[in-house]
Design a protein around this ligand. Structure first.
Ligand code: GDP
Length: 456
């Protein structure tokens, strides 16, 4: 079985703050912390879930005052003995206490290692562990609610139920093949078909939430397009500035541009290729036609910008043609000026939501928010019972389980033998197991935990 050493980390941010916390977890957490803490009580003698005030002292040197919180296995975050040492928030003192612990044989934790221990200790499953990370990373209310839903085990519960159904059928087939006198397979394939269809429907329903889930988690990936001078960069600035704007600048992982995020009333737009818009009048020229097409391709949403003070030009129509298969919101900009654009002509070219907006005055931004809400969150999100697939790993596992179940249905329809069914049933069972970490390969678990932030 899994056996662990004692780890420590700085669990709070490293800026100047009132409190800084060093967290120690593992079999020797209590003994080692006892060596460096002097207070009215000895850490060794403290009850679980109690705190004590004192000093961090080692070889007569006083490091800082501290409040220690002692939590004993197994009812702790990691399931191991855990001591949290709350110090003053200066980074120097925190680092020195860390060094002291390292000298006493504690190992610095890897990112996510505390949560990994919770997983290995059997306290949480993989969906819950991943939800911890999502809670930390959540930038909007919606994202937070979706991940808290997962944290409380909503997805695992569904997955476990589906797996049980599958396992029961597999077990039944195996028993019937072993013991035909007591278990009959007459008419069984019809029954199995029914069960498989039910499970498949549930999986497909979960998969249908994946796009919305990704959007909740990562934002609506949005491309701003339009010919030169219609006001793309002005709109961009309006979106970025007006709405208390940039949530984060994250370096694009697969591309060399920055991706910018804006929060419009709780809906996150992930703006793609904004660097192109910033630096030149002509996005297509700047980033190259292929790249522009690529960003249009991967966008959930196109913000098509037109200049309302002019009539539709051939260039506008060309761009409209190139995005016609996407979800489009057309922003008719410069509404502060006299209007010269024929909306009926526009509507005859393409199916789009149309909003009058002025980058100059900010008029129309509220309308944009309303349209976005309608477009992407039409079925009023109900986080209490709806589970969202927000994680691409979960999505992949569901797709693969769904495919295996599809094969079971094919085998039933072509009247293959019962032992054929079990192979694909078990494959579906295992794919679903990946979601909750039941059948997860070690290296994959390591990869997932390495994406956690330090100290969690
Ligand atoms: P881009 O080439 O599409 O990025 O367009 P810009 O954002 O650079 O804007 C082109 C010109 O239109 C600039 O002179 C802007 O000041 C002007 N402009 C942009 N939006 C508005 C608007 O809403 N009203 C008015 N009156 N002018 C605007």
């Amino acid at each position: 079985m899994y056996k662990s050493d004692t780890i420590c980390t700085i669990a709070t941010g490293m800026g100047r703050s009132a409190i800084g916390m060093v967290r120690v977890s593992g079999p020797e957490a209590i003994d080692i912390c006892d060596k460096i803490f002097r207070g009215k009580k000895r850490i060794k003698n403290m009850e679980t879930f109690t705190a004590a005030f004192g000093r961090i002292v080692y070889e007569d040197e006083i490091f800082d005052e501290a409040v220690v919180l002692v939590m004993k296995a197994p009812h702790t975050y990691t399931t191991e003995d855990t001591v949290e040492i709350n110090l003053h928030g200066g980074s120097y003192v925190i680092k020195r206490v860390m060094e002291l612990l390292l000298n006493l044989g504690v190992r610095p934790a890897e990112p996510g290692e505390f949560t990994k221990r919770a997983f290995l200790g059997g306290r949480i499953d993989m969906t819950e562990a991943e939800a911890v990370m999502d809670v930390i990373n959540a930038e909007t209310d919606k994202a937070l609610k979706a991940s808290v839903g997962q944290l409380t085990g909503g997805l695992s519960k569904q997955v476990v139920e589906l797996r049980e159904k599958i396992l029961y059928q597999t077990a039944y087939i195996e028993s019937a093949l072993d013991d035909p006198e007591n278990y009959s397979l007459d008419g069984y394939s019809d029954k199995l078909k029914e069960v498989v269809i039910t499970v498949k429907d549930k999986i497909e329903a979960l998969l249908r939430t994946a796009d919305e889930g990704r959007i909740i988690r990562e934002g609506i990936s949005t491309a701003i397009v339009g010919r030169p001078n219609v006001g793309k960069s002005s709109i961009l600035n309006l979106l970025l500035g007006e709405e208390r704007a940039i949530v984060t600048d994250i370096e694009g992982t697969t591309r060399d541009t920055l991706e910018e995020y804006v929060n419009i009333g709780g809906i996150i737009l992930k703006l793609i290729d904004t660097a192109g818009i910033r630096n030149t009048d002509d996005v297509v020229e700047k980033i190259g036609v292929d790249r522009a097409k690529e960003s249009i391709e991967e966008a959930d949403l196109i913000l098509m910008i037109l200049d309302g003070s002019e009539s539709l030009l051939p260039e506008d129509k060309e761009i409209l043609e190139s995005v016609r298969d996407k979800k489009i919101i057309t922003l008719i900009n410069k509404s502060d000026k006299e209007s010269n654009l024929d909306k009926e002509e526009l509507a005859s070219i393409i199916d789009t939501e149309i909003i009058d907006i002025s980058a100059k005055t900010g008029d129309g931004l509220e309308d944009l928010k309303d349209v976005l809400t309608d477009m992407f969150f039409r079925d009023e999100l109900d986080f209490n019972d709806q589970i969202y697939i927000t994680n691409s790993r979960h999505k992949a596992a569901l797709i693969s389980a769904n495919e295996s179940l599809g094969k079971v249905l094919e085998s039933i329809d072509s009247a293959m033998g019962e032992d054929f069914y079990t192979i694909d049933l078990m494959a579906a069972y295992e794919s679903l197991g990946d979601i909750i970490g039941e059948t997860l390969e070690d290296d994959l678990a390591d990869k997932i935990f390495s994406e956690f932030c330090m100290g969690k």
